[in-house]
Design a binder for this molecule. Structure first.
Ligand code: ARG
Length: 398
């Protein structure tokens, strides 16, 4: 059997050309593997067939939506993962699941190398290669766009020369990466960070308008389990909120982002379901998680998010932090009512079995059970170290 290489295949120009390019360059047979992480768009069977038409010896498409929702989006939701406090890690979550299935395919098809179509400027090359290395340290990696001069112009020339079935007229002027958790749009006129995004950039969200919607999201132990009292899986929750929050323009982001490779890049995102779910989850944690645990978790969330952004999904630290996050979620049970309108998801009500909110302690009206006489001594002792230090400082300054 000749040598085999597994290629992460998307169906687009670059990876379609990469099939023949890699075969020419290495003499190996190319196996195309495409994963459905909810990116929508073309029919996967069409994509599978295109890889064969471009010269792949085997071509598989995998439905990864359920696994992506349960094992990647859900941990991100429980960690309230927002890189730079805004970006819900859309692409950073899909690369590790794809890496995992590339590694599985390499074993299954007897390949010694995995190839991807990333450039050398982004985070995705890091996520693929570090992920693959963490799962199968002996697999080799090939990146023709980055390492063997497969530029856009050469790719187009190659496709024409070989008569590859690629319709250039359907190409988007942007670089888009999308999945269940959201959509990332880069390049084109957006490379000037002063240029505002035009409506054409968006597809998961409608322009924020005058309409509104209201939704009740129920969580059980930090897992979304019902929407408007109808039981849902995590996947169904994301899909429904992508539609409903998307219709109200929720989850549009326009930001300059620090990539791991050191570049600042202008990114436009839309992640209606992710933003609605994270907003609701944070709100329910405020109600149900004990004070010190909640405060400490903020730091864990940020570290978790940076690790995943930086391509270290399959790392001991991410696994350990996930155990912390899991143990913080036991009581995150209850309902959040969100108002979806004008591009925002705003919590307007919260309740639940896990609630730590005590009306008797909180009220300023009749029914107050809080013993205010205890506060006097508490405040004195709390401020004691500051008072002692102040006395010393006044003495030494005076
Ligand atoms: N900047 C984002 C990230 O690093 C989005 C990357 C999108 N990838 C792409 N190939 N267009 O997660």
């Amino acid at each position: 059997m000749s040598r085999r290489i597994v290629l992460a295949y998307s169906g687009g120009l670059d990876t379609s050309v990469a099939i023949g390019w890699i075969a020419d360059e290495t003499g190996a047979e190319v196996v195309a593997v495409a994963g459905d992480v909810g990116q929508g768009g073309e029919d996967l069977e069409v994509i599978r067939q295109r890889a064969l038409d471009c010269g792949a010896v085997e071509s598989v498409v995998l439905d990864l939506k359920q696994e992506f929702a349960d094992e990647y989006c859900l941990p991100a939701l429980r960690a309230n993962a927002l890189y730079l406090e805004r970006y819900p890690l859309v692409s950073a979550l899909s690369r590790p699941i794809i890496a995992k299935h590339l590694v599985d395919a390499a074993k299954y098809f007897g390949a010694d190398t995995v190839a991807h179509g990333c450039t050398g400027k982004g985070n995705d090359q890091v996520r693929f290669e570090v992920g693959i290395g963490a799962l199968a340290p002996d697999l080799h990696v090939l990146a023709p766009v980055r390492d063997s001069g497969m530029t856009r112009d050469k790719a187009i020339a190659f496709a024409e020369e070989k008569g590859l079935p690629i319709d250039q007229s359907k190409r988007s002027p942007y670089s888009v990466d999308q999945n269940l958790w959201g959509r990332a749009v880069e390049t084109g006129f957006l490379e000037d960070p002063w240029n505002p995004p035009i409506e054409d950039v968006y597809s998961y969200t409608a322009p924020p308008g005058a309409t509104s919607d209201e939704v009740i999201i129920s969580f059980t132990g930090g897992v979304p389990t019902a929407i408007d009292a109808k039981p849902v899986s995590v996947l169904e929750a994301i899909l429904e909120l992508n539609t409903r929050a998307g219709a109200q323009g929720v989850g549009r982001l326009d930001m300059v982002e620090d990539r791991l490779v050191g570049i600042k890049s202008r990114e436009v995102y839309e992640a209606p379901g992710a933003i609605a779910l994270i907003t609701a989850h944070q709100e329910l944690e405020d109600l149900t998680v004990e004070r010190d645990l909640r405060r400490f978790k903020f730091g864990v969330e940020q570290r978790w998010t940076e690790i995943v952004y930086d391509g270290l999904w399959f790392s001991p630290l991410r696994r350990a932090l996930d155990e912390f996050v899991d143990s913080s979620q036991h009581h995150v049970t209850g309902d959040i009512r969100l108002r979806l309108s004008g591009g925002s998801a705003v919590p307007t009500g919260r309740r639940g079995d896990g609630s730590l909110y005590d009306f008797g302690l909180a009220t300023y009206d009749t029914g107050d059970t809080f013993d205010q006489s205890l506060a006097k001594g508490f405040v004195q002792l709390w401020g004691l170290p500051s008072r002692i230090a102040a006395r010393r400082d006044l003495k030494s300054n005076g």
